[in-house]
Design a binder for this molecule. Structure first.
Ligand code: AGP
Length: 608
């Protein structure tokens, strides 16, 4: 997804901007560019491809100046070419960077063309540059031009704007796309997220929907969507800046997989009493809201959706209340019936996923309350939900979500317990699950000990084109998540099925070239799952089984078995996720793909 960095300082800014872009690479992009005011004119450099290409260009043609904006573009309108890369300019005096989508750009463009503006790109962003120029040519200041312009835009945007006649000002605005202001000493910055700016500050202002701001070296002024001057709090960034380094690991994804014992602990810290979940963690208004909950609607995308599917099993089984789960991109566009007493739960690592946010906005007036399970403090979902439970996983840089997923599951299990105690859950069962949760970090450590065996297992996949993942019960969504991980980072086509569905179709695909991965803990579904595995073996399919017991699932020719430690059944979907993450990781490394930034994908999907 597009990334924005901007700076106004008393020192050269181009290296700061470039480093900011590097730190935003995890969001996914296909071109990069920057403009800097050099004291007499705005100079621009843009490159298709990686930020490194822009860095190389900058080494050859340095941009020297104290005001600048920069951008990584993830193509939505027009190909990923240098011409379409941001910043976009209107003439030589004004430059703009934009994250988001302008839905009415075609009509705006027609109007601008009729007034003589020539377009040099295929982007929606260029209309913003020309709209600004048009207002400034009519006598508006750059600030007023931005205000005037955003009032005409439909869609989502975060903007950074600089103008030659206003070399002491950096103007920014946001609506529907994320943007933070980094507060420095004698210098100020903008960025799509704090990570881009942790190199220069740890103090941030999170702009609200519709805000416009003017940054000078020595001051920041903000106006809300009604044009009123407003103060926004300056917050200190909560995650340690060291957590964005790869450290000793070859990839962020591997680092994040290995962080899981620590971060699941962080997700529980301060939230578990001796025998119960402390519901104060959800906020002061939470108990009164939870008292009225009669059913739950979960909405999320991708990996976060899989977490929601697991939570459905927990909520219906332990709390005994109905729970619906749906992907946000479908939910937001259909007529949804929401009975009285519905708690709407959104799940999102980033807190900025456009579809999830839109779903929340769609139902806000028809629900009892909204709760978000989220990893990014200050993100849009956190700000717009009635309640939030932060997952505390720390920044997740790898596009493939790992630690965000397992901490979401911890948060969802804690949510199940606070809801359940108002319905069917007994204090004894809650106390048992709380005790179980406390064993989770140790169990995850043990599973990480299987890493080299999983790395060996991965060799069997490197040459394959397809793979099938099977699970039952709460392990069915785990199989779905395993298949998503494999396809997104290794580009192997992978599908997941509830094992009982095998004979209803997918069995036709099984032959010696189709590895079948199965998560098979020792639980009440194991006998049924074993029967499904026999169906695979009988068709010559090669099985890779993560099992609770080698006695129950024995290794043989064509059946590789890795035994996981014994564990409480409630923790199985969390713990069995780890070996599937490691399997995908090692397959991707063997295939030589870009593990942390897989092709065509973005970390934070802030457009529809
Ligand atoms: C997972 O590996 C993906 N990168 C993707 O499915 C992701 O989970 C999805 O885009 C939702 O993102 P969110 O959790 O930030 O809302």
């Amino acid at each position: 997804m597009c990334g924005i960095v901007g700076a106004i300082a008393a020192r050269p800014v181009s290296e700061i901007l470039l480093e900011g872009l590097r730190r935003l690479e995890y969001r996914g992009y296909d071109s990069a560019g920057m403009t800097v005011w050099d004291g007499s004119q705005i100079k621009r450099l843009r490159r298709a491809g990686k930020v490194q290409a822009l860095g190389d260009a900058l080494a050859e043609t340095p941009l020297d100046g104290q005001l600048g904006i920069a951008h990584t573009r993830w193509a939505t309108h027009g190909k990923p070419t240098e011409n379409n890369a941001h910043p976009h300019m209107s003439g030589a005096r004004l430059a703009v960077v934009h994250n988001g989508i302008i839905e009415n750009y075609e009509s705006l463009k027609r109007d601008l063309v009729a007034r003589g503006y020539e377009f040099t790109s295929d982007t929606d962003t260029e209309v913003i540059a020309h709209l600004l120029d048009s207002a400034i040519s009519s006598g508006a200041s750059v600030l007023d031009a931005v205000r005037d312009c955003v009032a005409q835009l439909h869609g989502a945007f975060a903007l950074g704007v600089m103008h030659q006649d206003y070399p002491g000002e950096l103007i920014t605005a946001r609506k529907g796309s994320p943007l933070v202001i980094g507060v420095g000493i004698g210098e100020n910055f903008i960025g799509s997220d704090p990570l881009a700016l942790l190199q220069v500050t740890d103090r941030f202002i999170y702009l609200e929907e519709g805000d416009v701001a003017r940054l000078r070296r020595l001051g920041i002024e903000i106006w809300n969507s009604a044009g009123e001057s407003v103060e926004r709090p300056v917050l200190r960034f909560e995650h340690g800046s060291g957590s964005v380094d790869k450290g000793e690991y070859k990839h962020y994804m591997l680092k994040e997989i290995y962080e899981q014992p620590r971060v699941v602990h962080a997700a529980m810290e301060g939230r578990l009493g001796a025998e119960r979940v402390l519901e104060e963690a959800f906020g002061v208004t939470a108990p009164a809201i939870f008292d009225q909950v009669r059913q739950v609607q979960i909405v999320a995308c991708g990996t976060s959706y899989h977490a929601g599917l697991i939570a459905k099993y927990w909520i219906e089984d332990l709390a005994g209340i109905p729970c619906m789960v749906e992907v946000a991109s479908e939910f937001r566009y259909r007529k949804v019936v929401l009975p009285k007493g519905t708690l709407f739960i959104s799940i999102s690592q980033s807190g900025e996923t456009a579809d999830t946010l839109a779903a929340l906005r769609e139902v806000r007036d028809r629900i009892l309350a909204s709760l978000t399970i989220c990893n990014v403090p200050g993100s849009s979902l956190v700000r717009e939900s009635d309640l939030c439970l932060m997952t505390n996983a720390g920044p997740e840089i790898g596009v493939a979500s790992t630690k965000a997923f397992t901490t979401q599951l911890v948060a969802l299990l804690m949510t199940t317990l606070v809801l359940g105690r108002r319905h069917e859950l007994t204090p004894e069962t809650e106390a048992r699950i709380v005790a179980d949760l406390k064993t989770l970090p140790g169990l995850l450590e043990q599973v990480l000990g299987l890493d080299s065996a999983i790395e060996k297992m991965a060799e069997a996949f490197a040459e394959k084109q397809h793979a099938l993942f099977l699970g039952r019960g709460t392990l069915n969504p785990v199989a779905m998540e395993g298949a998503l991980k494999l396809k997104e980072i290794s580009y192997i086509h992978a599908e997941a099925y509830a094992a009982g569905e095998l004979k209803h179709g997918p069995l036709a695909l099984v032959d010696k070239d189709m590895p079948v991965v199965t998560v098979a803990p020792r639980n009440e579904m194991l006998d049924k799952l074993k029967a499904n595995l026999q169906e695979v073996r009988a068709r010559g399919g090669e099985l890779f089984v993560f099992a609770g017991s080698r006695q129950e699932v024995q290794p043989e020719e064509g059946v590789q078995v890795l035994e996981l430690p014994p564990m409480p059944g409630i923790l199985e979907p969390i713990v069995y996720t780890l070996p599937l993450q490691l399997l995908s990781y090692h397959v991707a490394v063997l295939k030589g793909t870009d593990v942390d930034q897989p092709r065509n994908l973005a970390k934070s999907v802030t457009v529809e």
